[in-house]
Design a protein around this ligand. Structure first.
Ligand code: PMP
Length: 326
C-alpha cells in the first residue's frame, strides 16, 4: 500500500502511498508515526490536492479543457498544481507572496507555470485578492482556491487518511497535523472520527497564528518563521471546522527549529519547519497519553511531515536559530 512497485504511465500515478515511519523519540509505550509526504513527485503533500482538485474540476466542467488555473499559494500547492496542470493539459499561473522560498518558485516555473509575486506585507489575503482579479481578467481562467475548496480536504479524506488506517490496521488514537489551509487535518479528521468518534484530533499552528481563537483559546497575533502553517485572517481559515478538533497546539519557531535539526541529526529525516512543529506537538500528545491524561481508542499517534528541508536551504533552515530567523 505504501510502495510503487509497478511501472506506471504518468507522474500523476506516483502521487500518494507515502511511507509511514515511527519516530524514535517520544514515550516508548506510545508510538508516533509520521507520514512522509516529501516522497511525492513534487516533494510535498500538496501533490495530492493538485491532482485531486484538477481531476474533479475537469470532470465537473468547473474548468474548461485547455483552460487556465490561477492560484494563490505559498509554493507547495503551486508545485502540486503545476504537475497536475501540465499532465491534464491546463495552463497555470501562481500568485506567491514574496516571503516564500525561492526554491518553490523556481520549481513552479520549471514545470511551465507563470509565477507572480505579491508584497510580503499584504500577506496571503493580498495574494488571494490578486489571484481573483487575474482570473476575472483572463478568458477561461478559474481559481481552484485551496483555502475554501472542499475538494482540498476531500483529497485527504479519500487518499491520505485511508492510507494511514490501512498501514496501521485501524490502530489510530490521535491525529496531530499542522494547519495551513487545514485541508490535510480536516480530511484526515473527518475520516478518523468516522472510524472512531473518540479519536483525539490536534491542530498545530505557529506561535503568532490565531487558529486557536476558533476553539476559544487566547492568541496574540504575531509574525513567525515556520512556513506553510498558521493563519492570520479569515480568508485563510475557511476550511477549518472547530467541531472536528479537540485542541490547537501552538509551537514556537525555536522549538520547531530545534526539532527539525534533531530530526535530521538523530533520525535521518530531512524535515522542514512545519514538520518540526508537528513533531513537537505529537510528542506532547504522546506524553499525555503515556501519562494517562488522555483517553484515546488506541495508544498510537499519527502525524504528517508535509515536505522536505531541501526546499528551504536558501533560507538557512539548518543554520543557527538566530541566523534562520534573522
Ligand atoms: N506544511 C507545509 C510546508 C505546507 O506547505 C502546508 C500547506 N500550506 C502545510 C504544512 C499545511 O497543509 P494544509 O494546507 O493542508 O493545512
Amino acid at each position: 500500500m505504501t510502495t510503487h512497485e509497478e511501472p506506471v504511465d504518468s507522474i500523476l500515478e506516483t502521487i500518494g502511498r507515502t511511507p509511514l515511519v515511527r519516530l524514535q523519540d517520544g514515550p516508548a509505550s506510545v508510538p508516533i508515526y509520521a507520514k512522509l509526504e516529501s516522497f511525492n513527485p513534487g516533494a510535498s503533500i500538496k501533490d495530492r490536492i493538485g491532482k485531486y482538485m484538477l481531476e474533479r474540476m475537469l470532470e465537473r466542467g468547473d474548468v474548461p479543457a485547455g483552460g487556465t488555473i490561477v492560484e494563490p499559494t505559498a509554493g507547495n500547492t503551486g508545485i502540486g498544481l503545476a504537475i497536475a496542470a501540465e499532465q491534464l493539459g491546463l495552463e497555470a499561473v501562481f500568485v506567491v507572496p514574496e516571503r516564500f522560498s525561492v526554491e518553490k518558485q523556481q520549481l513552479m516555473a520549471a514545470l511551465g507555470a507563470e509565477v507572480i509575486n505579491t508584497p510580503t506585507e499584504d500577506g496571503m489575503d493580498g495574494a488571494i485578492a490578486r489571484a481573483r482579479r487575474l482570473a476575472d481578467e483572463l478568458e477561461g481562467a478559474v481559481v481552484p482556491q485551496q483555502f475554501s475548496n472542499p475538494l482540498n480536504a476531500e483529497a485527504h479524506y479519500e487518499t491520505t487518511a485511508p492510507e494511514i488506517y490501512d498501514a496501521l490496521e485501524g490502530r489510530v488514537g490521535a491525529v496531530v497535523a499542522g494547519c495551513g489551509t487545514a485541508g490535510t487535518l480536516m480530511g484526515i479528521a473527518r475520516y478518523a472520527l468516522e472510524q472512531d468518534p473518540q479519536t483525539h484530533v490536534v491542530a498545530v499552528e505557529p506561535d503568532g497564528s490565531v487558529y486557536g481563537e476558533l476553539l476559544g483559546d487566547e492568541r496574540e497575533e504575531d509574525e513567525y518563521k515556520i512556513e506553510g502553517i498558521g493563519t492570520h485572517d479569515t480568508a485563510t481559515n475557511e476550511l477549518f471546522d472547530p467541531e472536528l478538533v479537540d485542541a490547537v497546539s501552538a509551537v514556537s519557531d525555536r522549538d520547531a527549529h530545534d526539532e527539525l535539526v534533531r530530526l535530521a541529526r538523530e533520525e535521518g529525516h530531512l524535515a522542514a519547519s512545519s514538520a518540526g512543529a508537528a513533531s513537537v506537538a505529537s510528542k506532547q500528545v504522546a506524553d499525555r497519553i503515556a501519562d494517562g491524561d488522555l483517553d484515546v481508542p488506541h495508544e498510537t499517534v499519527v502525524t504528517i511531515f508535509p515536505d522536505s528541508s531541501e526546499r528551504y536551504l536558501s533560507k538557512g533552515i539548518y543554520r543557527s536559530f538566530e541566523d534562520w530567523t534573522s
